[in-house]
Each structure stands twice: as C-alpha cells, then as structure tokens.
Design a protein around this ligand. Structure first.
Ligand code: AMP
Length: 212
C-alpha cells in the first residue's frame, strides 16, 4: 500500500493531473466527503486528507509514504528525515511583507526602529528581517494576518500572496518579496527503501508530467 498525504484546496486540485499521469485517480471528492482516507482506482494507493501544515509530520513519522506541501510549510516545519526529490511547480505564489498603504515602511526600516510583524511564518520572517539587520517583534497568528495592521496590532505582516487581491481588498501594499513559493513532493526515506518500485514509478511519472 502506498499512502499519499495531501491537503484540501489548491494543492489537492493541482495534484490531480500529476496523479493521473501516474495512473492514479482519486475516487472521492474531499470537499463533499467527510472521509479522511480516500480510495483511488489503484487498490494499493490511498490518499490521506490532512491539514497543509501536518503533511510533513505525517510523512516524517511514516503515517504517509509521501506527501505534497508548500515550500513555506517545509521551511517552517523543518525537513528532518524528509527526502524532497521534486519541485512540482504547483500552487505557486510568493511570500511577502505587506503594510498598510499609509505606513512608511522604507523609513521605518531605515531608521532601524523596531518593527512589529504579525505572521504565521515566524521562522521565515525572523530569518528575513535578521538578514536585513532589522529588529522585529513577531506576533504569531494562524490566519487572517491581514487584520493585524488594520487594527493597529502590527506594523507589517508576512504572508503568502498570489494575485494580490486579498491585500488590495484590505488596503495593504506589498513592500518586500521574500521568496517564491511552490509545492514540493516529500518522501519518507525508509518507505522509499521498502517500496522502491511503486514509489519510484510515482516519482518518475510526476517528474515527466511537470517537465511537459
Ligand atoms: P491572493 O488574494 O490571490 O493574493 O491570495 C492571498 C491569500 O491566499 C492569502 O490569504 C494567502 O495566505 C492565500 N494563498 C495564496 N496562495 C496560496 C498558496 N499557494 N497556498 C496557500 N495559501 C495561499
């Protein structure tokens, strides 16, 4: 049995064509089914539906043999024990710093004054501002980061940006592009040794599908 951990939403949708290239079709829709283990047309392949931030944990501890997760999640979680053979080039976005449109970010950063930053991505934000020599007080949030500058809780946020519509709708502007993000295939190294042939087949099919 090969177990693949996926999260609902964009990653799930964009993974379906890759699975198809490996001959795998998921038989249930995670948006309508309450099941957390989804069957596929291959009796020896199943899909686990987990939170995006839990994908590396399931793969690391062997609850899943492989999974797909964003580079953002891997950088925050760490990638101990995870083999990362492929950048799947899906769920592309960027991680950026954004502030209220009336906040003078350039002078706040130049003066070296402390900046309060709200984010789910504490490790990425800490490393980024440290590399710029800017002192930051980090506030950890789990969602709706855009609210923090609007209610005066933070000067800036560090968040994923795709079209920029969410920032715009909340009168925020992007002031720094920290890095580009896409989703990666992560593989449990012990599982790869034990189930080499079927796992290699999936990895190779994904690889040829993304290079097309
Ligand atoms: P957008 O309005 O298109 O810029 O999307 C921004 C919102 O979608 C933010 O709340 C982000 O956290 C979320 N988002 C954008 N891209 C991704 C992605 N690839 N994976 C997960 N969340 C994303």
């Amino acid at each position: 049995m090969i177990t693949i951990a996926l999260s609902k939403g964009r990653i799930f949708e964009e993974t379906l064509p890759l699975l198809k290239a490996a001959g795998i079709e998921v038989l249930e829709d995670p948006d309508t089914s309450r099941k957390l283990i989804l069957t596929t047309n291959q009796s020896d392949v199943r899909v686990l539906v987990v939170r995006a931030t839990d994908v590396p944990t399931y793969v690391q501890y062997g609850g899943a043999d492989m999974g797909i997760t964003g580079k953002d999640t891997l950088l925050e979680h760490g990638s101990q024990g995870l083999y990362q053979p492929l950048d799947l080039q899906i769920a592309k976005c960027r991680i950026s710093v954004a502030v209220r449109s009336d906040f003078d970010y350039q002078s706040a950063v130049k003066k070296g004054s402390r900046l309060t930053v709200a984010t789910k991505y504490v490790a990425i934000a800490r490393d980024f501002f440290a590399s710029k020599g800017v002192h930051v007080d980090l506030i950890k949030l789990y969602g709706s980061m855009e609210l923090a500058p609007l209610v005066g809780m933070a000067d800036a946020i560090v968040d994923l940006v795709s079209t920029g519509n969410t920032l715009k709708a909340n009168h925020l502007v992007e002031v720094e592009h920290i890095m580009d993000i896409s989703s990666r295939l992560v593989v449990n190294q012990a599982a790869l040794k034990l189930k080499q042939a079927p796992m290699r087949h999936i990895i190779d099919a994904f690889e040829s599908a993304i290079s097309k």
